[in-house]
Each structure stands twice: as structure tokens, then as C-alpha cells.
Design a protein around this ligand. Sequence first.
Ligand code: ATP
Ligand code: MG
Length: 490
Amino acid sequence: MATTANKTLKERRILIVDDELAIRRALKERFTEEGSRPDTAEDAQTARTRLRTDDYDLMLLDHRLPDGTGLALLEELSSQERRPEVVMMTAYASTQDAVRAMKLGAADYVMKPFDLDEMVLAAERALDHRELRGEVSRLRAQNRAAFTVDQLVGSSRQMAELRTLIPRIAGSGARTILVTGESGTGKDLVARAIHFASPEADKPFLNITCTALQETLLESELFGHERGAFTDAKTAKIGLFEQANGGTIFLDEIGDMSLGLQAKLLRFLESKQFRRVGGLKDITVDVRIIAATNKNLERAIQDGAFRSDLYYRLNVIPVEISPLRERPEDVVDLVRFFERRYAEELKKSIGGFDGDALELLRRHPWPGNVRELKNVVERAVLLSSGPSLTIADLPVSVRGGAGATHKPGRLLELPTAGLVVDDVVRDLLDQALERTQGNKSHAARLLGIHRDQVRYWVHKYGLDRWIRTRDGKGDSAEDSPVETAERDPD
Ligand SMILES: Nc1ncnc2c1ncn2[C@@H]1O[C@H](COP(=O)(O)OP(=O)(O)OP(=O)(O)O)[C@@H](O)[C@H]1O
Ligand SMILES: [Mg+2]
């Protein structure tokens, strides 16, 4: 074997994932000889656990596993920032799988049966690749730092302020930041922007949603645990706080954290120290904590669900994001932004929403905020066939009554011979005035139109007998004030 093997492989942590004992043994033995520190896993589940607990440089991954495919595992890993290089091994030659593995970030692909020298070479190449990748991701982090703030789209004053505030917060060395806002307003985006605008941009940004896990699991995710801390804890595990050392932890939905864990978090914020579950020694790390919530924490405090001391500690630097309906200027900016983005992504050349559609978009209250808007635009771009996007490309939730009606069944049956719409309108108006004894306000309400429209139609259709009857305006005896809300003529 070339002597360089030892240099590249020495002390490297390697995870060998294969269901065949003979292969695991042979590889483990050989890589130990090369000076590496290999571990083995016989299925995907074991591999996952090991990957969570330990930091591997390289994984030799079999394609067919008893509980899934290597590709699936590779795919799970591909979104993670800290992951080993992967060399796939397979007995089933399929170029398609090979291509897919490479796309998912595998460094190499080795056919079984292989000889061990071949595997060692592949491992060396993969580890060289890892060095390069580290370089690339450092560069990428620098780039990210340069542009993330601009990803916050919107010309409202608030967005402009956020774009200047974020780099200042990021550079201030602040260790705790609280981001609040309704669901979909961009809390995630802001948290990432803070991290990537900070000098620690090339350090980990790890996030966890406090709602997703039970208290004990969440605690061990955050702080890690010692071997034997609980029944399932067969090995010690490093928690997010240790993994993120030097970087940022984003605690999403902090309002859902249990009181017990809140106390532990508070202790950490005050001392920078914590203990692994089942551990006796204090561990010190330096991480920036960005907490987010869409709950009203002050109310949670009153309800006894949130510690006020933790709240004051977190709230030193509050970042509040308003709901989209309170910054309507941003709607059109965001629509334009996502239009371009999805048109590009879906390779469609479209001119964007027309005026009527834009007007509807502007008036929509956006209960799901930017996330809802983004989905609406994506859907429209996806579905559209024409050069521009129209009301018809909007979902009913936005379109409301505009455009086609979506009532099940028909309001009126169109006679086979057809009809003249003006005749229908004239007749309905006449009936309405008859029923309200000529009171135009009341008739207008029956027809769901404005009083001025009634007056106009009375003239237009020559309904002379109603010309001089009451307008209803100021008719307080009949026009009860609680009912005066008239629908807009459109
Ligand atoms: N100002 C903005 N400019 C561009 N994109 C935005 C903006 N605000 C939000 N987004 C996008 O909208 C989507 C929802 O935002 P995000 O996930 O940050 O919301 P959130 O506040 O974390 O919501 P939740 O409380 O549901 O977790 C994301 O795709 C995000 O990139
Ligand atoms: Mg979020």
C-alpha cells in the first residue's frame, strides 16, 4: 500500500455500514491497520444513531440495507451541514443509482466484490474531497454572509429597518435574541440572516423545534446524555449545545418548552454551563441562542406556562416581525420576487400577475403571511399556461367571490332558450322595490348592491314608478344604524 494512505487515513473516524458481517469485519480490520478509527453498523437505524452520536469523517455505505436503502440514508444526510464523506458500495450495478448517489453528494461509488486496496484508495480520495469541500463551505459561508440580508424582501419601513438591524445585532456579540411574529412572517429567515451575517457564519447553525419532542428527549437533544443515563442510552451522546459551540442554536417555538427545561436553559444563559443528562460535570460552551415564538409570551407568563426570568433574559434584544397584512407595501414586492424565482425555477417565461390579480393579492389579509403568499405564487406559476397570471390562477382562498363562482349547484337555472340578462336585472330590481315599498336603500341591501346603483338602474331600465320614491338615506326609523353597512358595488 502506498505510504500516503497512512497519512490521509490516520486517526480518521470511519463508519462502515453493511449488513454482511464478513464485509464489516474485513473493512474494519483493514482500516484499523491503516491507522483509522472505524466503527460499524449493520443497518440504517444503527447508522443513524451512530451518526448522531459521533462525528465521522467518512462513511462506507452499502446500497441495500435490511431496513432501507443507502441512497435514502444519503439523502437524509445531504441536508445536514455536518456530515461525513460517503463512498457507496453495491453489488447491484446500476448506473442510475450511481448517478443519483453522486447527485446526493456521495464522493465515490465502488462495485462489489472489491478488493480492500481499492476501497482504501476510494477512501483516501473521498477524504481529500472532504478537505476541498470544507474549503468550499467556508467560502460559501462568506458569500451567504454577504447576501442573506438582501433576501429579506419588502420596501416597508419595517423590512428596511430589519435589513439594517440584523447586521448590527449579528456584529454586536449579543448572545441571546428573541424573534417574535405570527406563523410564516419570516422568523426562520431572520434567525439565519443573523447567524450568517455574524463573524461566526462559518460555525454551525443548528435549529430545533421545541414542540416536536417530549421533554426528556428534547433535553437530551439539547444537552446530550451520558451512557446509561436512561434505558436507551447505550452510548454517550453529544447534544446540540456542544455541537454548535462557537455558532448559533435556533430554538424554534420556545413558548412550547416545558418549565423544567426552561429552568435549565436559564441556568445555561446565566453561566454558559450545562450538564449532559445523567452527567455530573459542568460543560462550558459559547453559543448564540436565537429563540423564536409565534405565541404571546407575556400571556404565557400570566398563565404560568412561561418563566418570567427566562423571558427577560431572552428579550434583551427583541426582534418583532409584523404580520403581512400590516405592511401591505411588501405584498407586491414579495409577489414580484417569488414570481421571478418560480418562473426561473420552473423554466417558464411569464409576465407576472395582471392588474386585477395584483389588486386581489394586495387586499387579501394573508393569515398565513409570507409563507401563504409564497405558496399562492408558486401554485399560480406552476398552473399558468398563458403569458400572464390572472385571477383564474389564484386559489379560491384569495379570489373569494371574484372570478368564477364556486357554489355547488346553481343559483338560477339558465333556460334552454337562453335569456337577456338585462331583463332579469330589471325584473329583480322591480321585485325588490315592490317588496320594500320603494325604499331604495332596503332594495339595495336585498340585491347586495349600493344604493347609487339602484338609482342608476331605475333610470336605466325606465322603472318610472320608482323614480320618486324614497332613497332611504336618513330614514332612521327604518334604516336601523346597526344594519347600515352596505356592500361595495363590486
Ligand atoms: N421578507 C421576506 N422576504 C422573502 N422571503 C420571506 C420573507 N419573509 C418570509 N419569507 C419566506 O416565507 C417563508 C416562511 O418564513 P419562515 O419559515 O421564516 O416563517 P416563520 O416565521 O419561521 O414561520 P413559523 O412560525 O410557521 O415557523 C419562508 O420560505 C421564507 O423564506
Ligand atoms: Mg419557523
